[in-house]
Design a binder for this molecule. Structure first.
Ligand SMILES: [Zn+2]
Length: 426
């Protein structure tokens, strides 16, 4: 049993539906076996538990652990390429790097770097695009398990228009996925996600095998890409003779356990289907900006009732920090002019935490720091004298302090990260 004393901020109520930032200047959180069992003013909780050890985090802010709903493990070393649109970037940067994970020694190093980067950035839960190579996916799950992260991931599959060494077959994709799921699905904090790269690189036969795998594995997740770039969308239409979402939907792959990355250029019909099916969209703002993919129409998603969370989309995205993604999401909406959705720091925190937990079906366990939730948390406590430390000290209230965090915080400012009550950083 541990009592944490901190300034706590979280978003149990969706700010896009009238909720507000919950901020407690001096809160006590009592954690037993990784679960928050009491929360209240510190003095009150302390009075009831005088004998318990206290962890004093009062010099900074305590936030829920971040949830990254779209990030590519094999692209760890591809971050930072500039000047290319999506399909050229895939050919020249991402796919050559992904091919290197055929070498298990190489994959082991990348898996270690990737998981360490998530932890360092305060990401405690993630939906991860795995590798095209099954042994490399095993290595990711092994490393995630060692560090204790909540990871949903799977074998990435494609059978056309990639590099030949990345191609699989429908049968092999199914067999390897079943074997990986047997080892990792719903084991501790790991789960399996069926992961076709995008319908552009998948025949109907392969998507049908993905559908079978999804149906045969109870509680299994599904993720892929959609509507990222106009040239990509045109190619999908040419290949399938239908819209992008329909290329998945005709195989039964659009549902409440589906997360589609990007959706920068959706049709109204697609938004209606996403909303009606309960599927989620992973908005990846630094990636959208870096590849020039476009300005995410958040207003249209919200008005249709589509669930939206945040993804870093490393390696097209420019880093692991969801502070940075939140800020970039804010920038993109500003750049959309009158169509942009005005957002406060509460909206950004919601997108980076509760919304992601909800998209991954983990909203009953993580996403905020309510009683009954697991203690997944990040402690933001910047070094003295830095612009962030100065800003926090002079902030005009909690919402302003949180805005300064999104503007200025980096992973170096996180002094502690916990998953399930275990300290994994600091
Ligand atoms: Zn992606």
């Amino acid at each position: 049993m541990t009592l944490y004393r901190a300034q706590v901020m979280d978003t149990p109520d969706d700010p896009f539906r009238g909720g507000a930032l919950r901020a407690d200047a001096d809160a006590g959180l009592l954690v037993v076996d990784g679960m928050i069992v009491e929360r209240g003013p510190y003095a009150d909780v302390r009075r009831e538990h005088l004998g318990e050890a206290v962890v004093d985090l009062t010099s900074g802010l305590l936030l829920p652990g971040f949830v990254d709903t779209h990030v590519h493990y094999p692209q760890m070393r591809a971050i930072g390429a500039l000047g290319m649109p999506l399909l050229e970037w895939l050919d020249r940067c991402a796919l050559p790097e992904e091919a290197r994970l055929a070498d298990a020694g190489y994959a082991r190093e990348v898996a270690g770097e990737f998981i360490a980067s998530l932890v360092d950035s305060g990401t405690t839960t993630a939906l991860v695009f795995g590798s095209h190579f099954a042994p490399a996916v095993d290595l990711l799950f092994e490393r995630a398990t060692e560090r204790g992260l909540r990871i949903t991931s799977g074998l990435v599959v494609g059978d056309r228009l990639l590099r030949p060494e990345l191609h699989t077959t429908a049968q092999r994709a199914y067999d390897q996925a079943r074997e990986l799921a047997r080892r990792w699905h719903q084991q501790g904090r790991t789960r399996y996600a069926v992961t076709p790269r995008f319908s552009l690189s998948c025949t109907d036969e392969l998507l049908e095998s993905c559908s079978a795998m999804h149906a045969d594995t109870a509680g299994c997740w599904f993720t892929s890409h959609i509507n990222e770039n106009p040239a990509e969308i045109a190619k999908v239409r040419e290949l399938f003779g239908c819209g992008y979402l329909d290329s998945y939907d005709k195989h039964g792959l659009v549902g409440p356990k589906s997360v589609f990355a990007h959706n920068v250029h959706p049709t109204d019909t697609e938004l209606e289907l996403l909303a009606a099916s309960g599927a989620s969209v992973a908005h990846c703002p630094t990636s959208n900006a870096a590849l020039g993919s476009g300005l995410f129409p958040l207003d249209r998603h919200l008005s249709c009732g589509v669930r939206v969370a945040l993804g870093s989309d490393v390696g097209a995205g420019t880093g692991f920090s969801l502070f940075k993604e939140g800020l970039q999401a804010y920038f993109l909406q500003r750049l959309r002019g009158p169509e942009g959705v005005p957002m406060t720091s509460a909206h950004l925190l919601y997108l980076a935490t509760s919304a992601g937990a909800d998209a991954l079906g983990l909203g009953d366990q993580v996403g905020d720091l309510e009683v009954g939730k697991r203690f997944d948390a990040v402690w933001l406590d910047p070094p003295p004298g830095t612009p962030l430390a100065i800003g926090l000290r002079h902030a005009d209230g909690s919402s302003d302090a949180l805005a300064k965090a999104f503007a200025l915080a980096t992973p170096h400012d996180l002094r502690g990260v916990w998953v399930d009550g275990e300290r994994v950083k600091g």
